[in-house]
Design a protein around this ligand. Structure first.
Ligand code: TEU
Ligand code: CA
Length: 559
């Protein structure tokens, strides 16, 4: 298959601007802060920087509620700052991807303000309005952020749809005028010089032709809306239209965030003839540790087993070969920290397990994404009090499960929140051991993880065995060894039954790699009868003990 597209050979670094670097000491990260840290990102070696939303927003959902798609949020700086950031990223030979949030806007967007004026307004059909049914909500759908997906607007007596918060009304993709306004806006950014888009919940934009109730889990009030609205009947039509109107005219990279997408869906979204998107973020490996009780969703304390994880990653690797392109990620601004979740964040094993997980992902086929702080082995926040958490999803789910539905006790819920709150990813970047980890002189908007004196950029840059330097090495290997991009993926014989060690092969016409990963905190033995003539490309231990694998040992041989 073709693996010659620039975005297939790239590594992406995701920045959550609010938590990256504060340059003017108001406790909020900003664009100038990113500009000041570009040398650090360049040193890591990545090719593309993806920024979470930096547009004007009332900030109900940290910028995922946009009130002006063509303005910069004042907390983050000005359009001139953005232009400077863009220019400097390009000068350093990197590219920039923007977040595109067009399943919904903010309720303070001009379009929605007009739309809610009444049934005859010309923007009425930019959003999704329905009459009440028997005096209540049109359907029983539950929002991603708790409660109903419907809010009554008194002016017209109609409800509007919002899959997320009530301040995030869903845009109506049935309206050609609305769709073309979105394409115009995308072209405006592309003409400015941005190199790509990460498209927020893009597979939720095509709503069902007929709105019907969904089934409700035991103990719950509302139906899970995801299966009802994901991968809808017009989704490919919309994406192909967007592609013709936008992507065809620029050299962009596009990644769709697609909850509930299967490999078959991904083959359509990310097909190699590039009529829709370049790749998608699938969620299956992020759902493996969800609660067995569907009413609790992701809120639980289960750990993924190696067998589940390997089966899932392998399924995606094999299904997309020669058909579509994978994105590879462990972390983003919505997920707990990978070392706490799939590795071991106690002091003894944090570094070694973070490197093992990095090895697992960075030798797979696809475009890898690194989320800020992942390259340091940053851990979950572990805040004890609900008041330390700021994310509306966390605050709402506590209210729902503990107080309203009484499905979980408060103690249990706090434990679930420690494990799964999105704020785990959002604590400020840890730069050094000075006040607030060098993020800001002011009290940051979200508390710094107390472990910053041990885990920070300054310490890791000075230590050649740090997680940072290991990521840097992985990135270099990908840039210099084509097999990591184009090689076939295969499990080593019999590995699918191994509960403790994950061993896979990447192979092209001239190179073969064997990747061996001990997923446990035990020393174990595996004998793979590998040829004597081989070189150790990378490992998280200095000495190679052959068939003996120490806790979380990772090693990659070139055969
Ligand atoms: O997330 C959508 C999404 O499906 C999730 O990752 C969601 O946050 C999680 O499942 C909740 O448990 C995207 C953004 O990444 C997220 O930050 C936004 O809050 C959301 O869309 C709405 O724009
Ligand atoms: Ca600031």
């Amino acid at each position: 298959m073709t693996t010659n597209n620039w975005w297939q050979k790239s590594i992406v670094y995701q920045i959550y601007p609010k938590s990256f670097q504060d340059s003017n000491n108001d406790g909020i990260g900003d664009l100038r802060g990113i500009i000041n840290r570009l040398d650090y990102i360049k040193e890591l070696g990545v090719d593309i920087i993806w920024l979470n939303p930096i547009y004007r927003s009332p900030n109900v959902d940290n910028g995922y509620d946009i009130s002006d798609y063509q303005a910069i949020q004042p907390d983050f700086g000005s359009m001139a700052d953005f232009q400077e950031l863009l220019d400097k990223i390009h000068q350093k030979n990197m590219k920039i991807m923007m977040d595109l949030v067009v399943n919904h806007s903010s309720d303070e967007h001009e379009w929605f303000k007009a739309s809610r004026q009444g049934k005859n307004n010309s923007k009425r059909d930019f959003y999704i309005w329905r009459d009440p049914v028997d005096g209540h909500e049109p359907t029983n759908w539950g929002s991603y952020f708790s409660g109903s997906t419907w809010t009554l607007d008194k002016t017209s007596g109609q409800y509007y749809l919002h899959l997320f918060a009530k301040e995030q009304p869903d845009l109506n993709w049935e309206s050609p005028q609305m769709r073309h306004s979105v394409y115009d806006m995308m072209n405006w950014w592309a003409d400015k010089g941005v190199d790509g888009f990460r498209m927020d919940v893009i597979n939720l934009i095509s709503k069902p032709a007929k709105f019907q109730d969904g089934s409700v889990d035991l103990g719950e009030t509302y139906a899970d809306v995801e299966p009802i609205v994901s991968n809808g009947h017009k989704i490919h039509q919309y994406l192909q239209e967007m592609n013709k109107n936008v992507m065809k005219h620029h050299n962009l990279v596009t990644v769709g965030e697609t909850p509930a997408a299967s490999p078959d869906d991904a083959k359509k979204y990310a097909n190699l003839d590039s009529t829709e998107l370049n790749m998608v973020f699938q969620f299956e490996h992020m759902s493996l540790d969800a609660n067995k009780n569907p009413a609790l969703g992701k809120w639980g304390d289960r750990r993924t087993t190696l067998s589940e994880l390997r089966a899932n990653l392998t399924k995606w690797q094999l299904a997309l070969t020669n058909k579509a392109w994978n994105s590879l990620y462990w972390n983003n601004h919505d997920q707990p920290r990978v070392v706490s979740r799939f590795g071991n964040d106690c002091p003894e094993y944090r570094v070694v397990s973070a490197k093992m997980l990095a090895t697992m992902l960075h030798f797979m086929q696809g475009t890898p994404y690194i989320y800020q702080g992942e390259e340091l082995g940053m851990t979950n926040a572990n805040f004890d009090n609900l008041t330390d958490y700021k994310d509306l999803e966390t605050l709402n789910i506590y209210q729902q499960l503990v107080n309203d539905e009484q499905l979980v006790s408060s103690t249990t819920m706090m434990n679930y929140i420690k494990l799964h709150s999105r704020d785990n990813a959002r604590t400020p970047m840890q730069w050094d051991n000075s006040t607030n980890a060098g993020f800001s002189q002011q009290q940051p908007w979200l508390a710094v993880n107390p472990n910053y004196p041990e885990i920070n950029v300054k310490t890791e840059l000075a230590d050649e065995n740090s997680v940072f330097h290991y990521y840097q090495k992985l990135i270099k290997l990908r840039h210099t060894m084509p097999v990591i991009t184009d090689g076939r993926y295969q499990l080593i014989d019999g590995n699918e039954l191994d509960e403790d060690v994950f061993t896979y092969i990447r192979e092209n016409a001239d190179t073969k790699l064997v990747i061996i990963l001990n997923f446990t905190n035990q020393t174990i033995t595996r004998n793979y009868q590998l040829p004597i003539k081989k070189t150790l490309l990378i490992s998280n231990y200095t000495e190679d003990l052959g068939s003996t694998l120490r806790p979380y040992e990772a090693k990659v041989y070139k055969i």
